[in-house]
Design a protein around this ligand. Structure first.
Ligand SMILES: [Ca+2]
Ligand SMILES: [Ca+2]
Length: 95
């Protein structure tokens, strides 16, 4: 029974992968999230110092990251590391 559920989940994943970008094919949902974080993080990290400053966060209009900066910056050093960024609450939790 458990194997059947796993197969079903795999079928769902491959179906959604086919509908989306080819590069996400064969990835689990967890690694897709990680890839998403990597992509967004590096897009925001303009100076490639592996941290997102407040100024860099202000570029994220879509996710309103600058509004949430203080809550995402767990150690309050004024910069978001990749760990802090990936641990941030989802958009839904902020509604
Ligand atoms: Ca940076
Ligand atoms: Ca920090």
């Amino acid at each position: 029974m458990k194997k059947l559920i796993t197969l079903f989940a795999a079928a769902l994943l491959s179906a959604s992968a086919m509908a989306g970008d080819d590069k996400y094919e064969d990835r689990s949902s967890a690694s897709m999230d990680k890839a998403d974080v990597e992509e967004k993080f590096s897009a925001l990290d303009r100076n490639d110092d592996e941290q997102i400053s407040r100024a860099e966060a202000s570029e994220d209009e879509e996710g309103m990251l600058s509004e949430r900066f203080a809550s995402v910056d767990a150690d309050s050093d004024g910069y978001l590391t990749k760990d802090e960024y990936s641990a941030r609450p989802s958009d839904e939790q902020f509604e």
